[in-house]
Write a protein that binds this ligand. Structure first.
Ligand code: SF4
Length: 378
């Protein structure tokens, strides 16, 4: 039990409670904030890169990616001028690749429409590709001092607890309530620090479930959930539907020491990234689907008599937010690269070269499996 009973016993935010939340949270942030590279001298470009990388990804994972990305693309102009393959390559492993494609498009818009300078308002930022409420709020508040909230998953949890919010936070109504409560809390000065303090509190103190460290929380005396002993019950979420299961065949077509890679369509999952050709198994068995897919890759022609396979080299599963994909790998050799007529954008590459071309984490797993299978077969 806390040493002092929290004074907050309702979900309403009166002026006195709001003032104490602002003061206590900013003091705690000044003393305890982590030393992160994007916080040193916040600029729209670096804040933007860090905020996009941090979506769905932990700080520790982001740090090396952030440093490499800024080294390769130190300015928005450098990012705008880079080939899309280079941008995707520096993103490979972070997942959610539409974020990288949107970064690249937004950099080009900033350079072409704004002469390389970011719009300096929430509304202006909101018009750029891939910049939603959260990112626009973060950049506008941190870099321009505009009084806008930045409500990410951590802030949803913290504010739901501070205000005893019973509305599920994964619904539009719940999100709107939390956003309105966060706006009420925002100070008129240091609004960027306050937004970051809320996020930091959620990441390090007000953690999910029983991991919340209320004894060491700077706003414990203003917390309605703690006062009503509902910390572990909040935030409320509507149950998610189970992820869809999908089976994909993946064809490793080999000529000498090179494999055939193709670029995925720009829109959709892993858009613009390179892959060993894949196809979703619509019905029947994976081996039947693989044979049909190989014929399709050969544009209806039979592979030459000296071609082999396809031979199964194993299966590997990759979990995404809304689906779980099992890749069934099939390997075959061909003597003639010209046999392939059914692929629009293709390239032959060794597995080592392919790893540097910008491929997804899922495809990395497939290549690992292929290498292991090849090693075992030799
Ligand atoms: S850590 Fe505990 S006291 Fe602090 S905001 Fe979260 S639930 Fe409330």
């Amino acid at each position: 039990m806390p040493a002092t009973m929290p004074a907050a016993d309702s979900n309403s935010l009166d002026a006195g409670r709001t003032t104490r939340i602002r003061r206590n949270l900013l003091r705690w942030y000044d003393a305890h904030q982590r030393d992160l590279p994007w916080r040193k001298k916040p600029q729209p470009y670096t804040t933007w890169i860090s905020e996009i990388m941090l979506q769905q990804t932990q700080v520790a994972t982001v740090l090396p990616y952030y440093r490499r990305f800024l080294k390769a693309f130190p300015t928005v102009r450098a990012l705008a001028a880079a080939p899309s393959g280079d941008v995707l390559q520096h993103w490979a492993g972070l997942g959610y690749y539409s974020r990288a494609r949107n970064l690249h498009s937004a950099a080009q818009v900033v350079c072409q429409a704004f002469d390389g300078r970011f719009p300096d308002s929430y509304e202006g930022l909101r018009g750029l590709p891939g910049i939603g409420d959260y990112t626009a709020g973060a950049i506008a508040s941190i870099c321009f001092g505009e009084r806008q909230p930045a409500v990410d998953g951590n802030v949803l949890r913290v504010v739901a607890r501070l205000t005893n919010c019973d509305e599920p936070i994964n619904t539009p109504a719940g999100k709107a309530l939390i956003r309105a409560a966060t706006v009420e809390m925002l100070p008129h000065k240091r609004v960027g620090d306050f937004n970051q303090a809320l996020m930091e509190l959620g990441a390090r103190v007000c953690r999910p479930g029983s991991a919340a460290d209320c004894d060491n929380c700077p706003v414990r005396n203003q917390c309605a959930a703690l006062a009503s002993k509902r910390v572990e019950a909040l935030p409320v979420k509507n149950r998610k539907t189970a992820p869809r299961e999908q089976d994909w065949v993946v064809v490793a077509l080999q000529h000498q020491d090179a494999f055939l890679f193709r670029r995925r369509p720009t829109n959709g999952l892993w858009g613009g990234m390179w892959e060993l050709p894949t196809a979703i198994v619509q019905e029947g068995r994976a081996d039947q689907a693989a044979s049909a897919f190989v014929r399709e890759l050969h544009a209806g022609r039979q592979p030459t008599r000296r071609s082999t396979g396809p031979r199964a080299f194993g299966s590997v599963t990759h979990q995404l937010t809304h689906r779980r994909i099992t890749f069934h790998g099939f390997h075959l050799r061909t003597r003639h690269r010209s046999d392939l007529g059914g692929i629009a954008e293709a390239q032959w590459a060794t597995l080592d070269d392919a790893r540097a071309m910008g491929i997804s984490t899922a495809m990395q797993k497939v290549l690992d499996l292929l290498e292991k299978g090849a090693g075992e077969a030799e």
